[in-house]
Design a binder for this molecule. Structure first.
Ligand code: PEP
Length: 264
């Protein structure tokens, strides 16, 4: 079971949305909720992952907020440093722009953009070596779940991670369990199914590192205000990675509130 000192994380993955004006509006709306009823960093780490060209403007818009919101990149290059790699943004360049968090291994990147295990490992390694904090996504397809392979697939993804994380880097890892069949489909894993997988991930992590006791494991897949409270009550679910519902400030705020420590 999770260490009770784990601070939950709720991160909004905006994916390839929205237009700049709407993303600024979304941030202004979210700020209003947070200014009216703050969620402190001790209660929950709240983050948003906008499109890459909005990272800096969103970061700028969030300045001065009494409860800081983390700005998270949705991806980064598997190449490190600087160089002749057209279209790429490296871990070092993100860090240089004070973007300290990055999602890696999201199933959409793995499935649509060819992020195979070697690329994912290179990205994790580059991110950690540059001092970024990584939200590492794992999850099985419907076919894998139905054929009884879900646990094996997810634990293999944790082993892939362990192959590149150095002993003193585990504190910079957050895991997001996102069953692929639940992403953007409206189907959520039942709290019991999600909890079972989170407990397996926790067991796997503890076998690899002492830090596994304290690693936040987020659930992702059609999280909404309506199911957040039940998911948040599960002992090994330490937050959420939220897609669709993060594009609405009120929904996202309610999800963050449901996971925030004041309620658990
Ligand atoms: C996601 O893409 O990370 C996600 C969880 O999406 P949704 O909440 O829309 O299922």
């Amino acid at each position: 079971m999770s260490d009770s000192t784990i601070t939950p994380w709720v991160v909004g993955n905006w994916k390839m949305n929205p237009m700049q004006a709407n993303s600024q509006q979304l941030i202004q709306d979210l700020k209003q909720f947070l200014e009216h009823a703050p969620i402190t960093e001790q209660q929950c780490h709240v983050g948003v992952a906008p499109i890459s060209i909005a990272l800096l403007s969103i970061q700028q818009s969030l300045q001065g907020l009494s409860t800081p919101i983390k700005v998270v990149a949705q991806d980064l290059s598997c190449m490190a440093g600087t160089g002749a790699y057209t279209g790429e943004v490296s871990a070092e360049l993100l860090k240089d722009s004070q973007i300290d968090y990055v999602l890696i291994g999201h199933s959409e990147r793995r499935e649509i953009f060819g992020d195979d295990v070697n690329k994912v490992k290179a990205k994790v390694s580059n991110a950690l070596n540059a001092g970024l904090q990584v939200i590492y996504c794992v999850g099985e397809s419907l076919e894998q779940r139905e054929s009884g392979q879900a646990e094996q697939v997810v634990l293999q993804q944790i082993c892939d991670l362990a192959a590149v994380v150095k002993a003193d880097q585990w504190h910079n890892i957050v895991i997001a369990y996102e069953p692929i069949w639940a992403i953007g489909t409206g189907k959520t894993a039942s709290p019991q199914d999600a909890q079972n997988m989170h407990a397996k991930i926790r067991e796997g992590l503890i076998q690899i590192t002492e830090e596994g006791q304290r690693t936040a494991i987020l659930y992702g897949g059609s999280v909404k205000p309506e199911n957040a409270v039940e998911l948040a009550a599960c002992p090994d679910i330490n937050g959420a990675l939220v897609g669709g519902a993060s594009l609405n400030a009120e929904s996202f705020y309610k999800i963050a509130l449901a996971f925030s420590k004041q309620n658990n």
